[in-house]
Design a protein around this ligand. Structure first.
Ligand SMILES: Cc1cc2nc3c(=O)[nH]c(=O)nc-3n(C[C@H](O)[C@H](O)[C@H](O)COP(=O)(O)OP(=O)(O)OC[C@H]3O[C@@H](n4cnc5c(N)ncnc54)[C@H](O)[C@@H]3O)c2cc1C
Length: 283
């Protein structure tokens, strides 16, 4: 556990907002946009969900007061999706309403495939009321995502494209990384051409280079989309994109509930796993 905690420190900006705000300020001063994730997921009681909702509303107020250049990202299972869909929707609606008051933007992260359709349905309800202040994520590893993207583009939904971080069965998601990458490339091009200010969320330099070339060849302005990367991953690439004049937003997680997020980061890169194993066997 202490090895995971050590690794978590690389990926997480601290356990409190007081710590995270220093990181956000530093990133903003360097020219990066930010989205803050107050860690938490899979809550099972209304008390937990409401505390998370209220903390996010407070966070929007703090971002505003401190004039930080940061949106927020949240997970639906943190807002009560495992309790009841309508209840979860109400909680997020309140956060979206606060985002309107504080002139901010809420991104709904996408979780495992058991939640995909329910996340889209809740997103659409909130988008009808607050179209400018809400966006969601699409995962290129899911077979359904091309269709979901087409629907999103027809409705001017703001999409963050990522590969997908959950373990999914082969009847739902591409098992082969090459196919995930190909799907990412296809969806990315569609979004660049016809999407509403898409976010290209990857550390994959090959795909990033394809995005840059494609945007140039199609006269898509660098202001028409943004790259997004996770805090602590490929920092040199983050700086390089910034120096080339691209918009880049860093996803900054913070909070005490760091274990599931860190576990996903360890799982998706074998070097991280080797680091953990090496340190276990060294004892
Ligand atoms: C801003 C942002 C938001 C995201 N939101 C969601 C979401 O809502 N839902 C969801 O399912 N997933 C989300 N993800 C995670 C995403 O789905 C992938 O799991 C993750 O980004 C790794 O894939 P990759 O695109 O970077 O490509 P990969 O092919 O996995 O990695 C490309 C390169 O990036 C570096 N890298 C990638 N991951 C790591 C790591 N963990 N540690 C160290 N180096 C690494 C390595 O150099 C690697 O070679 C998000 C990712 C980003 C950047």
């Amino acid at each position: 556990m202490d090895i995971l905690l050590f690794l978590a420190k690389r990926f997480i900006a601290g356990e409190t907002f007081e710590q995270a705000k220093v990181v956000v300020k530093g990133l903003n001063d360097a020219g990066f946009l930010v989205t803050l994730d107050m860690l938490g997921e899979s809550v099972t009681s209304k008390g937990q969900a409401e505390r998370a909702r209220d903390s996010y509303i407070q966070l929007l107020g703090d971002i505003y007061k401190l004039a930080l250049n940061s949106t927020i990202s949240l997970k639906l299972t943190q807002m009560g999706l495992d309790i009841d869909d309508a209840y979860c929707c109400e909680n997020i609606m309140k956060i979206a309403e606060a985002a309107v008051n504080y002139k901010n933007f809420v991104r709904l992260d996408m979780e495992g495939s058991g939640y995909t359709q329910r996340t889209i349905d809740i997103f659409k309800k909130i988008h009808e009321v607050y179209p400018e202040n809400i966006g969601m994520a699409i995962q290129s590893y899911l077979y359904r995502s091309k269709k979901d993207t087409a629907h999103a583009m027809e409705n001017r939904h703001r999409i963050r494209l990522c590969k997908g971080a959950y373990k999914e069965p082969p009847d739902i998601a591409y098992p082969d990384k090459m196919d995930v990458n190909k799907s990412f490339e296809d969806i990315m091009k569609e979004l660049l051409l016809k999407g509403n200010y898409p976010a290209i969320a990857t550390h994959d330099e090959r795909l990033i280079n394809i995005a840059k070339t494609f945007a140039r060849e199609n006269n898509i302005s660098p202001d028409g989309f943004e790259f997004q990367m996770l805090y602590g991953i490929r920092r040199n690439l983050q700086k390089k994109l910034l120096s080339e004049g691209y918009r880049i937003r860093i996803y900054v997680p913070y909070g005490r509930y760091w274990l599931p997020y860190t576990t996903r980061r360890v799982r998706e890169r074998k070097e991280n796993l080797f680091f953990v194993l090496k340190n276990i066997f060294r004892r």
